[in-house]
Design a protein around this ligand. Structure first.
Ligand SMILES: Cc1cc2nc3c(=O)[nH]c(=O)nc-3n(C[C@H](O)[C@H](O)[C@H](O)COP(=O)(O)OP(=O)(O)OC[C@H]3O[C@@H](n4cnc5c(N)ncnc54)[C@H](O)[C@@H]3O)c2cc1C
Length: 455
């Protein structure tokens, strides 16, 4: 297909190679230049594009903001990119049912702000909050910074409208507190990485907005001690919203990129960023005292505690820059392994061991409270061939250890094409075969986001 004759007005079909280039990549990989990028403005236009694609057997790659970290939104062969960015309306915030109904291209942070204006909380906070879309969050089942207490995106999705690769529209779930009617297609589409259907409308669950929040940053002399402290805090029946591991190497990357930042513990081996929230100020303060005591019993230094929005934002500033600072320091390959929380100290050791086995330096940081850490293995001075081999050794080593710990390959980023080949390490052939049959049931012609998820 030289210049696809897509059924949209010409100003919403781009074919100029310079304009297409950003749509060939996400935050982790670059694929092939798309044949075109299509910008539908409503569900009927998405359906028209999918009917056209189905008739012409042209692959289609749904795309939100392209902030993904697994190469899931990049074309790997001739394909049209279907950008949902113009479908960006918050359709309703419903305080009586405590729901929000939104289009997929809404920036996640805008949903949080709109809910907060009504005294409500849309809970998930991916660190990419200010630029990723809710459609991308649903399609990757994004996690983020407060999943310890609130869970991941999937737990906040009540219903969806989605367009199948054939162009038919389905409605799943609804603005319902309960639903046991037949199969749960809503949850199947959450985390399906744009391979089953194009999500065109989302009904989200909202919660009461917490009245009180306390943020603390506690320094540790060892990552192992920090990991054990995390496990003890949660098993002590206080569930913080956030528990983030910031190792010294990550702090150094951020400070190198942002020398203007101040950080209270730049020389400490690791810090734990922890946040507690709730409705009752006294209760939250009591919990903060109890948690600080547990951390200190595990060897933490005196934590810095912040209760005002301005002071809390200061403690968060550095954490929000970690991923970008690491990614822009040097070439890397990244893992998003997740283990049962109690195995967190073992995951930290497994990441170390994987680096040693591959001969690569690594930084491991992230969502300690979820047992979900991001490990960045640096390329160093390896040439292309040595780097390909070393990165495969590192990932194979880490994923094998993760699975042996009862964990799995991805806690929140998905597999895309960058991790798809490791799937057999995590799932049995029967399970993968069933998933492929599901894919074929949704997408008999195999045109929706092909070459993703499966080896
Ligand atoms: C600095 C930084 C921090 C990050 N922090 C986090 C974090 O804390 N937690 C986390 O989980 N992720 C994080 N991410 C990764 C990324 O932001 C998430 O994966 C996010 O959910 C992707 O959203 P997006 O709109 O950019 O989707 P894209 O990257 O455009 O697409 C991701 C996948 O979703 C599919 N998709 C997108 N929209 C639709 C749709 N409407 N229908 C069907 N499929 C669709 C695509 O086909 C693709 O498979 C971070 C990324 C960066 C760069």
């Amino acid at each position: 297909v030289a210049r696809p004759d897509l059924p949209l007005p010409s100003d919403r079909v781009w074919t100029d190679p310079e304009k297409l280039a950003p749509y060939a990549r996400d935050e982790a990989s670059t694929g092939k230049l798309p044949l075109a990028v299509a910008f539908p403005v409503d569900a009927s236009e998405v359906a028209a594009v999918m009917r056209w694609a189905s008739a012409h057997r042209v692959p289609v790659i749904p795309r939100g903001a392209g902030s993904g970290l697994s190469g899931a939104a990049v074309p790997l062969a001739d394909a049209v990119v279907l950008s949902l960015e113009k479908m960006n309306r918050i359709l309703s915030i419903d305080p009586e049912n405590m729901t929000a109904t939104v289009e997929p291209g809404v920036i996640t942070g805008d949903i949080r702000r709109a809910a907060a204006a009504a005294g409500l909380l849309y809970a998930p906070i991916p660190a990419s909050l200010d630029f990723c879309t809710i459609g991308g969050n649903v399609a990757t089942n994004a996690g983020g910074l407060c999943a310890v207490k609130y869970g991941v995106t999937r737990e906040h999705v009540l219903g969806l409208e989605a367009v199948l690769p054939t162009g038919e529209t389905i409605v799943t779930g609804g603005a319902l507190a309960k639903n046991s009617t037949a199969y749960n297609l809503t949850q199947l589409l959450c985390g399906s990485e744009g391979t089953l259907a194009v999500i065109v409308k989302i009904i989200l669950k909202l919660l009461p907005l917490p009245a009180e929040t306390v943020t603390m940053l506690a320094p540790f002399d060892s990552v192992d001690a920090l990991a054990k402290a995390v496990v003890t805090v949660v098993s002590g029946k206080v569930i913080p919203a956030t528990m983030e591991l910031l190792p010294r190497a990550a702090v150094r990357c951020v400070l190198a990129k942002h020398p203007e930042y101040s950080y209270p513990f730049p020389e400490k081996v690791a810090s734990l960023l922890l946040e507690l929230d709730g409705m009752d100020a006294n209760l939250v303060a009591e919990q903060a005292t109890a948690v600080a005591a547990i951390l200190q019993a595990h060897g933490a230094g005196e934590p810095v505690v912040a209760t005002t929005p301005a002071r809390r934002a200061e403690l968060w500033t550095l954490r929000k820059q970690v991923r970008d600072s690491i990614a822009h320091t040097a070439p890397y390959v990244e893992a998003d392994a997740v283990v049962p929380r109690a195995k967190l100290p073992d995951l930290v050791r497994a990441a170390d061991a994987a680096g040693v086995a591959a001969g690569l330096e690594q930084i491991t940081y992230g969502h300690a409270g979820d047992g979900n850490l991001h490990t960045y293995f640096w390329r160093g001075t390896h040439d292309d061939v040595a780097w390909a081999r070393a990165s495969e050794i590192a990932l194979t080593h880490l994923f094998t250890a993760t699975v042996a710990l009862g964990g799995t390959l991805s806690g929140e980023h998905g597999l895309g094409h960058l991790k798809r080949d490791y799937l057999p390490l995590a799932l049995a052939p029967e399970t993968i075969a069933l998933m492929k049959r599901l894919k074929a049931a949704f997408d008999p012609a195999g045109i929706l986001n092909p070459h993703k998820v499966f080896p």
